[in-house]
Design a binder for this molecule. Sequence first.
Ligand code: AMP
Ligand code: ZN
Length: 434
Amino acid sequence: MYISQVLKNSLRYRNSSVAAEKGSILGKCWRRSYYVLAIESSCDDACVAVLEQQGTNEVPHVVDESKETLKSASRGGIVPTDAHEFHQEVLGKLVKKVCERTGISASSPPELVCCTRGPGLVGSLSAGLQLSKGLSIAWNVPLIGVHHMLGHILAATMSQAEMPRYPYLSFLCSGGHTMLVKLSSIADHEVVANTQDIAVGDCIDKCAREIGIKGDMIGKELESYVNTIPLSLKKEFYSIDTRTPKNKFNFALKLPLKRPKHDRIPSQVEFAFSSFLSSIRGYKDKYYKNSFFEEYTKQFMACKLQETVFDHLIDRLNILFLKHGSNSKLYGDCDSDFEGIQDFILSGGVASNKRLREKLSNELKTEALYLDGQEKVLRFHFPDISACTDNAVMIGLAGIRIFEDLKRVSDLGILPIRKWPMNELLTVTGWHRL
Ligand code: AMP
Ligand code: ZN
């Protein structure tokens, strides 16, 4: 029903300041293309972007984007009702600004409206969803309710010289998720491992706040703080064993979950982060109940926290590589589920951490994936830093793939989905086939 509308509009004339800057030299041209307006509002970031899609399989061009983040440091974290109000206050203005800058109006609308449908905070999601429904009705263009995590995965592929090839692994490390996903196609996602409690970003935020790191994007602040510690001191900290409190700080920070013996890998391998928070809170209660850490201890805690959380990620991934790899010399019971995997994508806000990238590249035992003696190298894809945290470009990218490859659009009656497993992308209600 909508495709004719899209095709009718696809050969169109656009003249906008941003298109002139980023598009053709003349700033005015006739091209076979269509515009997509995308909105992301799953948590505390209000984001709007306009993308231009030229040709079915081209990587879209970002015409413009804008983002505002709820200030939540003084509230000790994100309060869902604050986030709901924030989106209602901010999103409309952002859409207006981006539309003015890109030449979008009632007489020159985009051809597609995409917004995040879930997972996320229901209040935040509904603000973006309601606005998108209104725009879709007013402009008489299709609406696509996008899975937020599909957006994160595709954002990581956007600036890559070489695109990952299916099947590939995507490791999502964000404020709300920690999961390893195997993608066999755009709609075929198998969640291989998930967290059994909180997400890695949430853990970093809560622990770093306890240590005394301040700011709205705590993980980034923690990384910057650790980067100010001289290398020689960092090396000293790394060498201190915190598996028990028998060290000069009397501090224990262990890798969560028991390391299985090679012949007894459990059927479900998971991540777990809440013990990090209990360790740090317990230590503060015992030794610093009414005082702050002195600088030396704060440096140690920050350094050890970042390192041990990342060690846990690597530890679990290595177990998963053994279990699902093809190298039976390393683990006799491997099931070869990762056969054919040659690409590994890191995504989500925590993916911007350089230390994590370095550790993944150096410490993952990729030889477990391949038959003994087989010459294969796992290619790592790390997104641009700006594409790691929530943004609307990724929602537009995912919406375009759903539209082009899966030929689906959303019903105007769709509701936000607070928890939306990735393997249920197309099985939820509200999709229409084109
Ligand atoms: P997202 O949920 O994908 O928007 O990502 C937000 C999460 O990423 C928050 O928990 C941040 O603290 C975390 N984060 C952002 N930048 C970094 C960084 N450089 N290092 C570690 N965590 C980060
Ligand atoms: Zn996110």
